[in-house]
Design a protein around this ligand. Structure first.
Ligand SMILES: NCCCN[C@H]1CC[C@H](NCCCN)CC1
Length: 289
């Protein structure tokens, strides 16, 4: 018992804390320290290098939004690639889309997959979908090997720019995503917090505007256990059939066809549209022409 505090140079001077009931796992993979603990009020918690990745109580807000914001914005997603997302939560959400035929996932750290399957079965259930193909490796290398125009959607469910995910925030990676997408294809990336990282977001937006010639939008959601309580996403489309991210064209089917059989806890079409409404200090930077 005691408290876990998420102290990081990425959010100086502040730290979100969770009361710990029991530490369930501690290990060191080839890439990072991995820990799982039972919290008093948020269920089990996954921590990588001291940074909270997900809790059982609020992971729905992140996994549902990062998945359905892109997939509900195009009429008939068939081929989807997940970069990162080793916990399997995004796979669980992608599986709700019956139009999807192929789900590739490229996760660099095998320990994250194994630990999630053991301690977060309701998250890792996504791996049970027969359409899922798991590749353990570096997302940048994976994308280089992908034939041009392969995917309808790419979801970049990364950790933060300090550590293994650093290159997933840089220009060459965005260029390789654009090449792997079909015309009018969409990408959704984890894009930090408007309260903490406006400078990182500014760089990401500027790179995306140069690379993605369709639309480029920033959306955000609330995740109480992420620092500042919010996290954002970059939604971009390649040149081709236009994509209006703010008005979903592909509603989530009824819940009978998804692997987890559980209903959506967070996402709906109103919150989809609302997610793109930004406070003035953020809109000034993000929508700057
Ligand atoms: N599938 C869940 C993966 C979670 N991705 C990230 C985990 C770290 C988190 N830090 C938040 C830092 C402040 N923006 C961002 C999401």
């Amino acid at each position: 018992p005691g408290w876990f505090s998420e102290i990081s140079p990425m959010w100086p001077g502040e730290a979100h804390s969770l009361k710990v009931e029991k530490i369930l796992f501690q290990g060191k993979s080839d890439y990072q320290n991995v820990m799982v603990f039972q919290s008093s009020t948020y269920g089990k918690v996954l921590v990588l290098d001291g940074v909270i990745q997900l809790t059982e109580r609020d992971e729905c807000a992140y996994q549902e939004m990062i998945t359905h914001l892109p997939l509900c914005s195009i009429p008939n997603p068939k081929k989807v690639l997940v970069i990162g997302g080793g916990d399997g939560g995004v796979l669980r959400e992608v599986s709700r889309h019956s139009s999807v035929e192929q789900i590739d996932i490229c996760e660099i750290d095998k320990m994250v997959v194994e630990v999630s399957k053991q301690y977060f079965p309701d998250v890792a259930i996504g791996y049970q979908d027969p359409r899922v193909k798991l590749h353990i490796g570096d997302g940048v290398a994976f994308l280089k090997a992908v034939p041009e125009g392969t995917y309808d959607a790419v979801i970049v469910d990364s950790s933060d720019p300090i550590g293994p995910a650093q290159e997933l925030f840089e220009k060459p990676f965005f260029e390789s995503v654009a090449r792997a997408l079909r015309p009018g294809g969409v990408v959704c990336t984890q894009a930090e917090s408007i309260w903490l990282h406006m400078h990182i977001i500014e760089d990401i937006v500027s790179n995306c505007r140069q690379i993605f010639k369709g639309s480029v939008n920033y959306a955000w959601t609330t995740v109480p256990t992420y620092p500042s309580g919010v996290i954002g996403f970059m939604l971009c489309s390649t040149e081709g059939p236009s994509v209006d991210f703010k008005h979903p064209v592909n509603p989530i089917d009824s819940n009978d066809n998804n692997i987890s059989k559980r209903p959506l806890k967070f996402y709906n079409s109103e919150i989809h549209t609302a997610a793109f409404c930004l406070p003035s200090f953020a809109r000034k930077v993000i929508d700057a022409k």
